[in-house]
Design a protein around this ligand. Structure first.
Ligand code: FES
Ligand code: FES
Length: 161
């Protein structure tokens, strides 16, 4: 049954009428037309659907939309734009860290969350943080290089805002 709900996504408030048990991913993609979060497994296992909820990475395919009412949801669309990419996006481009690109939403969102809590992760910490984000194309080495490069870019931005 559809019911009213208020969501804050990428800083914008939305009043919607949707089934409260629907996965957040469905609402983001189908109702708000935010298509960066991807449907991969639908089981919370691959990371393709990753968003941030109050700054913490979360798997939008397994979160009922009612569970995030009143929280701040950030999708990749709220992280950077084509004209003004986030340093993490710049790093992924510089390191050519993509093949098909399907995992990239999750990889980038997980990296944004990682660098927010740990601005200079070791290789082992980066590997651990992304361990549950799957890449079927085997781009892991380039992705891990991108994480380190993003940390450098973000440190430079902090020093020269
Ligand atoms: S689609 Fe959500 S974790 Fe795979
Ligand atoms: S680049 Fe294809 S799944 Fe990661």
């Amino acid at each position: 049954m559809n019911q009213p709900i208020h969501l804050v996504v990428n800083g914008q408030a939305h009043a919607l009428t949707v089934p409260h048990h629907a996965p957040l991913l469905n609402i983001l993609r189908n109702d708000l037309h935010l298509n960066a979060p991807k449907y991969g497994c639908g089981l919370g296992e691959c990371g393709a659907c990753t968003v941030l909820v109050d700054g913490i990475e979360a798997r939008a395919c397994v979160i009922p939309v009612k569970g995030v009412e009143g929280r701040h949801i950030t999708t990749l669309e709220g992280v950077g734009t084509m004209d003004n990419p986030h340093p993490v996006q710049q790093a992924f481009i510089a390191c050519q860290a993509a093949q098909c690109g399907y995992c990239l939403n999750g990889m980038i969102m997980a990296t944004v969350a990682l660098l927010a809590r740990n601005p200079s992760p070791t290789q082992a910490q980066a590997r651990s943080a992304l361990a549950h984000n799957l890449c079927r194309c085997g781009t892991h080495l380039e992705i891990l290089q991108a994480v380190q490069h993003a940390a450098v870019l973000m440190a430079r931005t902090r020093q020269n805002p």
